[in-house]
Design a protein around this ligand. Structure first.
Ligand SMILES: NC(=O)C1=CN([C@@H]2O[C@H](COP(=O)(O)OP(=O)(O)OC[C@H]3O[C@@H](n4cnc5c(N)ncnc54)[C@H](OP(=O)(O)O)[C@@H]3O)[C@@H](O)[C@H]2O)C=CC1
Ligand SMILES: Nc1nc(=O)c2c([nH]1)NC[C@@H]1CN(c3ccc(C(=O)N[C@@H](CCC(=O)O)C(=O)O)cc3)C=[N+]21
Length: 306
């Protein structure tokens, strides 16, 4: 029987690292500053953005919030990005995704100064990651690597299977695992017999957006399972399939009619895995903690000490 993989200590470590760097920057007269841009009113995005701003405040990182109308077009958003690029007091720029469909997302990402790109989504940072050069790299995969390193299980030579190949999670995750000397396989929507491949993994990272896709039948006994997925379940049939009736999670579903659930069938996987990260309270926290690290790294890049 496996265990809940707590992400708390790793989150605290990342925040402590960021805090230490904030203090050092302050001593040199630099106040790290993150600008967050949100277009429209997506409720989930609003929750994430307010989590980010609250965490900045707790560490002494200045944050400014730029809220734009849902009908903003590419050119107006580009001019906001240009202004933030040109403002020497702003060290990090985060444009919350997804953007409304009339906005050309890749043009926006490419317009951000790569040294202010705290999401690590700019083509220059993607290139740096793939070449093994220093740069700013995506927060969620970096948080996962921090968790795996802290676990003390060792990464070198392990078979890691990443499920999902998005530019923001799956692909950079695979690159970072490769850099840690894992043997990496990537499963996506066209993969044949995904469960058979996944059963060969020592480490599984699920970033799919399908609640409970990975269950015990996908796992080798003793696998380490990282659940990046954040899905909202509102259907009681689906809830009954994925959540034991007597659990706290089911109680919460009955009360609120909704519950957050990962891409991993948590209760099933606990029977076969060694460790499984929870949702919520798992990788989401590490994403925000690593964003803080990226903000101070960005401030350092723009204020070299020598
Ligand atoms: N914890 C956190 O901080 C974060 C959590 N998330 C969550 O992680 C999840 C993934 O996000 P994101 O990467 O942006 O999602 P995307 O929708 O961009 O990508 C999903 C990936 O999963 C693959 N996929 C879809 N269905 C299947 C399937 N049945 N079997 C195998 N692969 C499949 C897709 O394959 P294909 O490429 O072939 O279409 C695609 O590569 C979401 O739940 C999201 O909410 C995201 C960011 C941060
Ligand atoms: N430019 C950009 N950068 C991002 O990093 C980015 C983005 N756009 N768009 C959306 C995704 C998603 N994401 C999350 C961040 C925090 C939690 C998080 O804090 N989750 C908590 C609670 C979530 C809740 O209560 O709803 C948890 O898992 O415990 C989740 C998901 C960042 N993303």
């Amino acid at each position: 029987m496996g265990k809940r993989w707590s992400c708390k200590a790793t989150g605290e470590n990342l925040l402590a690292q960021a805090k230490e760097k904030v203090t050092a920057l302050n001593e040199r007269g630099v106040e790290p500053h993150l600008a967050v841009v949100l277009v429209g009113e997506d409720p989930a995005s609003k929750v994430y953005v307010s989590n980010k701003i609250r965490t900045c405040e707790s560490l002494g990182i200045k944050s400014t919030f730029h809220k734009l109308e849902a009908d903003t077009d590419t050119d107006s958003l580009l001019s906001v990005v240009d202004e933030l690029n040109g403002d020497n007091a702003v060290h990090g720029i985060l444009v919350q995704l997804p953007l409304p469909k009339q906005v050309d997302e890749s043009r926006i990402i490419a317009a951000i100064n790569p040294d202010k790109d705290v999401d690590g989504f700019h083509p220059v940072n993607v290139g740096r990651l793939s070449l093994g050069e220093p740069g700013l790299f995506p927060c969620t995969p970096m948080g996962v690597i921090a968790l795996l390193r802290d676990s003390g299980h060792g990464l070198s030579g392990k078979h890691a299977v990443v499920i999902g190949r998005s530019n923001i999670v799956g692909k950079p995750m695979a690159q970072l695992l490769l850099k840690e000397n894992c043997t990496v396989s990537i499963i996506h929507s066209r993969t044949q017999n995904p469960a058979d491949l996944c059963r060969q993994a020592d480490i599984v990272v699920a970033a799919v957006g399908r609640p409970g896709l990975v269950d015990a039948a996908w796992l080798k006994p003793g696998a380490l399972v990282v659940d990046v997925g954040i899905n909202e379940i509102t259907d009681s049939e689906q809830a009954r399939k994925l959540i034991p009736s007597e659990s706290k999670k089911m109680k919460s579903f009955r009360e609120k009619g909704r519950v957050l659930y990962g891409d991993v069938n948590y209760f099933s996987c606990l029977e076969t895995a060694e460790l499984v990260t929870p949702v919520p309270g798992g990788i989401g926290r590490l994403t925000i903690a690593h964003l803080m690290v990226n903000c101070v790294v960005a401030a350092e890049l723009q204020n070299p000490s020598t």
